[in-house]
Write a protein of this length. Structure first.
Length: 359
């Protein structure tokens, strides 16, 4: 009989996320509290997935934890000074004859980013939370792996993402099950990466509207010349991507120092650290399906050069960045560190926003 990696016969003990909790979090109307609960739920799901698949490779939920935690800065308004500085600098680039900018433009820019980041945060959680609950329930079965996989997939809707389908999530689920069954470490790592990338692609397609609206230049310049308007919008999107957007990832000693590493979206991933490189298990890929997907989404295969995004509103730019990010960080155990202190987590579990140390 094939050994099922990590299977225990029942769900692991600990902070298990249920469909009821996902529904409860999704109905929270206060965006700051909702974001914090989403971030904590992703962490809980990431730990459960690691218990089932093994500690060597992190699932999409580990990346989701830190992306959601980063999003919280915008939702809480902590990125407002940077947004305003960027907007002021951009406004100086507009030809003088078109600088009839409303006085509340900069406030609008901050609010627009906050509202759309909160929308995207909720949209993805509603979409992916139930999938991971189902995966954890079914990956945890010690026998009948084929039937468990079919039960998980039966909860998903076939079809392309743009038509409300979940074909990419179905492919992701199949690869998580393959990862659990894999006896070779390299094969297992490649299946996890493929699953993570399928989920990443599904997520980024779903996020197109919130991202586009978040990065829309809000000013009413009353410019009627459409080519100029389009040029201004493209310039604003590029400037925000290059100068403002980042992903805050945990340092190896985050649990003690609370230190974060800022990975600029507009910079190659290798520039986060001069030592950044693909882990050995993912350096020379063998999985044909994985190589085919990377051929479609990674513009500079097998190198971190060119991984930077130029314009975050472009799906191709986002996936080019995500492909290398996931591959480089997949075996970084630091992503499984709790995103909040024990005291902050305890407060969140009571349904309150923690006070004290910075979140």
């Amino acid at each position: 009989m094939t050994k099922v990696r990590g299977a225990t016969g029942s769900r692991n003990e600990g902070n298990q996320v249920s469909l009821k909790e996902i529904d409860e979090i999704s109905t929270i109307t206060e965006p700051v509290l909702r974001n914090l609960r989403i971030t904590q739920a992703y962490h809980d799901l990431a730990i459960s997935m690691a218990q089932l698949l093994g500690q060597e490779n992190v699932s999409w939920c580990a990346f989701g934890t830190w992306a959601s935690r980063t999003a919280g800065r915008s939702i809480r308004g902590e990125s407002a000074p940077a947004i305003i500085r960027t907007a002021i600098a951009f406004s100086q680039r507009i030809p003088p004859q078109f600088r009839r900018i409303r006085t509340d433009t900069f406030t609008d820019a901050v609010e627009q980013v906050s509202n759309n980041v909160a929308w995207g945060n909720l949209l993805v959680f509603r979409d992916l939370g139930p999938l991971f609950v189902s995966l954890i329930d079914n990956l945890g079965q010690a026998s009948g792996a084929d039937q468990a996989e079919q039960r998980c997939i039966a909860s998903l809707t076939p079809g392309p993402v743009k038509e409300g389908g979940q074909d990419l999530l179905i492919s992701a689920a199949r690869n998580y099950f393959k990862a659990q069954l894999a006896q070779d470490a390299g094969e297992r790592a490649e299946h996890v990466l493929l699953a993570n990338l399928y989920i990443g692609l599904h997520e980024q397609i779903r996020l197109q509207a919130p991202i586009t609206q978040a990065l829309a230049w809000p000013t009413d310049t009353r410019i009627s010349y459409l080519p100029l308007l389009k040029q201004l919008q493209r310039s604003w999107e590029t400037m925000v991507t290059q100068q403002l957007m980042d992903l805050r990832l945990p340092a190896s000693d985050f649990g003690i120092t609370r230190r974060l590493i800022s990975q600029r979206i507009g910079a190659d991933i290798g520039k986060t650290s001069k030592y950044a490189q693909f882990p050995e298990a993912l350096a020379h890929l063998k999985n044909i399906e994985l190589k085919a997907l990377l051929y479609d989404i990674d513009r500079t295969p097998n190198t971190l050069l060119g991984s930077a995004a130029e314009n975050w509103t472009a799906l191709g730019d986002r996936m080019n960045f995500v492909a290398d990010l996931f591959r480089v960080w997949q075996q970084e155990q630091r992503l499984l560190q709790p995103p909040f202190t024990a005291a902050q987590t305890a407060t969140l579990r009571t349904g309150r926003v923690p006070i004290g140390p910075q979140l």
